[in-house]
Design a protein around this ligand. Sequence first.
Ligand code: NAP
Length: 313
Amino acid sequence: MADQENLFDIVVIGSGPAGFTAAIYAVRGGASTVLFGGVAPGGQLLQTMEIENYPGFIDPVVGADLMQRMMKQASRLGAKVLQESVASLDLSQRPFRLKSSGGKEYLARALILATGAQARWLGLPSEQKYTGKGVSGCATCDGFFFRGKDVAVIGGGDSAAEDALFLTKFANKVYLVHRRDKLRANFRLQEKLRANPKVELVYDHVPQEFTGEAKLTGIDLKNVKTGEIRKLAVTGAFIAIGHTPATELVKRALKLDDEGYVITSERTATSVPGVYAAGDVADTHYKQAVVAAGTGCKAALEALAFIEGCEKK
Ligand code: NAP
């Protein structure tokens, strides 16, 4: 459909399950499609070890493998997958204008935003001080460096539980520190945690301060019920307290809710006609890979209908 070299029918931003599914449906719908995947395409699943709940895989699939498959599938079908980010975006006129991190300009008849979410931090000054010196936001990236050491994971959701279990492969002991007395993580993960002798669950505690010299040597934990301080001697601390939507690029252009999620209709339409949002960037509730893929499909079908509607006018 598109004619100019840098004009695409559909531009997809983001390379998680939502982005790749959108690209797959867009090219199969006959649209010229480019996907901006960032320097390391794959999104949050790159940090997930084993996925047991993505349909079609009898045995657990490694997150990075699943994303490789999606990327190859989208490329084979004809989507142009760029390992670049979008630096700026102008949604005030159509076609929409984008500038890539490499400085090139692109035009889009319709746009699908699938930028996902970024890991959240506690916000303590000492957390920042020891980031890269014992404090990490990525157990799968850094766990290997803690062979035989005692470490802590902060958080009580699926990510924290998965991180804790993953770290038992290397660490001597893994404390899972949660602010309540009940984990949010799913039942199956909780069972695995309780069955693992290396894991100690520390309920009702939050980090008050990360301590050490050049590198982390401990965490002062505060008991939220009694106010007492418990000193934990660990050389690694992995923060897994959830994610915030990645909406920096569109925060002035699209309507967002109070937590920064893109507001969409049931059909993934945003506040700007021709712009659709899919996956975790607009998902305040489910945040599952399979749901992201589903909304990516919806967004592509809506974008295809939008382009067709414009051409018929
Ligand atoms: P999450 O479900 O939002 O859990 C975040 C956890 O961090 C919660 O336990 C929360 O405590 C705690 N927390 C939040 N802010 C905190 C703070 N300031 N201080 C201390 N603790 C804090 O996030 P997630 O674990 O990253 O998971 C995100 C989504 O991805 C979920 O829908 C999850 O099901 C999904 N996921 C699925 C899998 C899988 O199926 N294999 C794997 C990973 C993630 P509260 O419990 O008190 O709120």
